[in-house]
Write a protein that binds this ligand. Structure first.
Ligand SMILES: Nc1ncnc2c1ncn2[C@@H]1O[C@H](COP(=O)(O)OP(=O)(O)O)[C@@H](O)[C@H]1O
Ligand SMILES: [Mg+2]
Length: 254
């Protein structure tokens, strides 16, 4: 991989108290691609994902060592502006975390935090743009005042993605974003991710191996806090370098 990576980790360790949850992770994630992080439950996938926008800082007793370089800057430096980091590196969770507010106010929420509000017309324009990007504008444009929690789960997850998009991020982290959805909705979200990768760098945690194989360009396989293997998805799935990877993808454990 000769490309300049969008995200690079160097010797990344993360401790929860005394417990070493990430062990010397060295990883180069290319830009404008979909990278899947796979591995059995409890192996550190979510922890690694949360490192990329320093969400682990919100958990007590965590300690991080090493480097995480995004666009040439080590985001672990103490002077990193966490508010702008989390705008640049947005996150979508397993359960759609829509707020108990209207669709309109769910979307306006992030704009307000980041002081991106410039008059009502611009707000509506960016809300419309976000909903268009996730394929919801036509169905919701006349219902923006409805409570977002009345939407179907897939619509809620799309809304969460729109809420990230309207902040104009570079990188979108998705932690098992389809695990609450049915198979049809899952495929439609995967299609959406394919469209988004033209503009954004996507990192998706999944324990659905078919999803990783279908929907990602690169795959990292984690096991017990280590990155066992990282490479093009095709290679990792058809010709893994490590026996552990081979055993995992052929369903011997996990
Ligand atoms: N807030 C926390 N405090 C202590 N240990 C944690 C915390 N979050 C996760 N862990 C531990 O770190 C390991 C990795 O967890 P996690 O990143 O959630 O794994 P995964 O997403 O792959 O299931 C697990 O052993 C888990 O128990
Ligand atoms: Mg997890």
């Amino acid at each position: 991989m000769e490309l300049v990576p969008k995200i690079e980790t160097v010797g990344l360790n993360l401790y929860y108290g005394d417990f070493l949850a990430l062990k010397g992770i060295n990883m180069k994630i290319p830009g404008q691609n979909i990278t899947a992080i796979v591995g059995p439950s409890g192996c550190g996938k979510s922890t690694l994902l949360r490192c990329f926008n320093r969400m682990n800082d919100l958990i007590e007793h965590t300690k991080v060592e090493g480097k995480i370089v995004i666009d040439g800057l080590n985001i672990l430096e103490p002077d990193t502006d966490l508010i702008s980091l989390r705008k640049k590196v947005g996150m979508v969770f397993q359960r759609p975390n829509v707020f108990d507010l209207s669709i309109y106010n769910n979307l306006k929420f992030g704009l307000r935090i980041h002081r991106m509000l410039d008059g009502k017309d611009e707000i509506i324009q960016s809300i419309r743009g976000g909903l268009e990007q996730v394929g919801l504008w036509q169905e919701l444009k006349d219902k923006l005042g409805n409570n977002a929690r009345t939407l179907m789960l897939e619509q809620q997850q799309r809304l969460c993605i729109a809420r990230v998009l309207i902040l104009k991020p570079d990188i979108i982290l998705l932690d098992e974003p389809c695990s609450a959805l049915d198979p049809i909705a899952t495929l439609r979200i995967e299609e959406l991710l394919q469209a988004l990768k033209q503009e954004y760098t996507l990192v998706i945690v999944t324990h659905n191996m078919q999803q990783a194989a279908r929907a990602s360009d690169y795959t990292g396989f984690m096991y017990l806090g280590e990155l066992v293997e990282f490479g093009q998805t095709n290679q990792v799935f058809t010709n893994p370098k490590q026996e552990l990877t081979e055993n995992y993808i052929s369903g011997h454990f996990g």
